[in-house]
Write a protein that binds this ligand. Structure first.
Ligand SMILES: [Zn+2]
Length: 123
């Protein structure tokens, strides 16, 4: 069997090309280059079941301790429904489901990323 390799976190964010530079810079500074698994999926937590599958895999394969969910302003996956409130509701629901369903204790951090590249923490 292959040697086990572990990392700190999984980061989940949208595919939207406009935000990748912001994400790269922020993640390098905050989590450290090469210290995280990364899932790029339209709408981030929008399709939670698809996201959850990957979080579970990340946990099993790489023993992550933390999940970072990042939704963003003007997200095409949400379309007109993508109000600031809706993003916060979905992010908090995702955190709750992780808490309910994951066997291991995972720290969950939530962020709302603005069009100008500002990351705002969602409590
Ligand atoms: Zn998006």
């Amino acid at each position: 069997m292959a040697e086990k390799h572990v990392t700190d976190a999984i980061v989940v964010h949208c595919i939207d090309f406009r935000f990748q530079k912001y994400l790269n810079d922020w993640l390098n500074e905050k989590v450290g280059e090469g210290n995280y698994d990364r899932l790029s999926i339209a709408g981030s937590v929008f399709d939670f079941e698809a996201v959850f599958e990957q979080v579970q895999l990340s946990g099993r394969l790489h023993e992550i301790k933390k999940v970072i969910f990042i939704n963003h302003e003007d997200c095409g996956a949400y379309g007109e429904a993508g109000s600031r409130e809706r993003h916060e509701v979905d992010l908090r629901a995702a955190r709750e489901k992780i808490g309910e369903r994951c066997v291991r204790d995972l720290e969950v951090e939530l962020y709302y990323l603005h069009l100008d590249g500002t990351f705002e923490k969602v409590s």
